[in-house]
Design a protein. Structure first.
Length: 242
């Protein structure tokens, strides 16, 4: 397919892109949920029942994320953003900061960020890199009412209006390292396809979703750099072949 270099490009990333940096995905024997009940650490109700358990879970994840380094896939997307001549938006379901560490700037965290806390008393957010706990006061209002600034099951993802507007104009939609089973992100490819976008899936395993025009199977850190190179190879022409 031939994609104009000025076409709006939307990229969606999931846990698979950070797996190459040593951060666990969610399901499976070694996943983040192994040993944890999702309902206890990833729902508002679980936080109400045992806030310290939830704080401890995300403190652990924050420490792991801080120690992790971006891999070749993160760096390839940062290079793609720099080289792409049209509108570019990276939407990540990940809560780590590996995209930022790699140099990505036009970035949306639809499921929140580990390095942010939300005060349930005043509603304000604060940048946060230390451990959290139920007795730590909010920097804004002083109330001990902080929670991880993470979108839990049953909550609405962030920035959906901005994401929808970008998908409405997308010329190319890339889905990287995500199983495509969790909504609303799982519905992005259908919406982009309805608007006439070309769609590409890059994932460890082919999901066999017929809405994708092309599937690239393999580890994101191994496959994405070559894909980005091929996408940008025709920079001196009128479009990119993928």
């Amino acid at each position: 397919m031939k994609i104009p270099k000025t076409a709006p490009l939307i990229v969606l990333t999931g846990a698979g892109i950070s797996a190459g940096s040593g951060l666990a995905t969610f399901r499976g024997s070694g996943g983040l949920w192994a040993g944890y009940d999702i309902n206890e650490v990833a729902t508002p109700e679980g936080f109400q029942r045992d806030p310290e358990l939830v704080h401890d879970f995300y403190n652990m994840r924050r420490h792991e994320s801080a120690a992790a380094l971006p891999n070749a896939a993160h760096r390839a997307l940062a290079a793609l953003e720099d080289a792409w001549e049209g509108p570019f938006l990276l939407v990540t379901q990940n809560v780590d900061d590996l995209h930022e560490k790699a140099g990505s700037r036009r970035l949306i965290h639809m499921h929140g960020r580990l390095n942010s806390v939300l005060c349930t008393a005043c509603g304000k957010r604060s940048e946060w890199h230390e451990d959290t706990g139920s007795q730590i006061p909010c920097p804004h209002c002083g109330q001990p009412a902080l929670r991880p600034d993470i979108v839990w099951f049953g909550e609405m993802p962030y920035h959906m209006e901005e994401i929808g507007a970008a998908l409405e104009n997308a010329g190319l939609f890339l889905s990287i390292g995500t199983s495509g089973t969790v909504y609303p992100a799982a519905g992005f490819v259908a919406y982009a396809k309805e608007q006439g976008a070309e769609t590409v899936e890059i994932n460890l395993e082919n999901t066999h979703n017929p809405l994708f025009d092309r599937h690239v199977s393999g580890d994101a850190a191994a496959t994405l750099p070559a894909f980005v190179e091929s996408l940008l190879r025709s920079r001196s022409g009128n479009g990119s072949s993928i």
